[in-house]
Design a protein around this ligand. Structure first.
Ligand code: FES
Length: 120
């Protein structure tokens, strides 16, 4: 499924756009001009990676500082242990779109329960 995000011109380098899906997806525009999309929720606990720090092609979680490679989703070290899911970016006529991955989501247990309709 392709989801329109915003115009490329409206997402400056170094900025992030958070798509309010359930679970949310974030689109990062790096200082080098690359675009990446990943699940917004850290795989350790319920933290928004859009609120983290973008460093090159990695984002550092705002809660406990594990960093995720935006190209692969790989994590650099604990406390997060599992990679974050990545999504494909397509730019059509100047509009950024995300093609959602069909891979299994890897969310922390508290978020998995919420997405499944359980207690918040
Ligand atoms: S919530 Fe992201 S590293 Fe802990």
């Amino acid at each position: 499924m392709m989801i329109p995000v915003c115009r490329l011109a409206d997402l400056p380098r170094g900025e992030v756009f958070r798509l309010d899906l359930d679970p949310p997806v974030s689109v990062f525009h790096t200082d080098d001009g690359e675009l990446f999309a990943i699940d917004d929720t850290c795989t350790h606990q319920d933290a928004s990676l859009a609120d983290g720090w973008l460093e090159g092609s990695a984002v550092e979680c705002p809660l406990h500082a594990s960093a995720f490679d935006l190209r692969t989703g790989a994590v650099d070290g604990p406390p997060a242990r599992r990679p974050v899911r990545t999504h494909e970016i397509v730019v059509v006529d100047g509009v950024i779109h995300v093609r959602l991955s069909t891979a299994a989501r890897d969310l922390p247990p508290c978020v998995t329960v919420r997405v499944a309709g359980g207690p918040a």
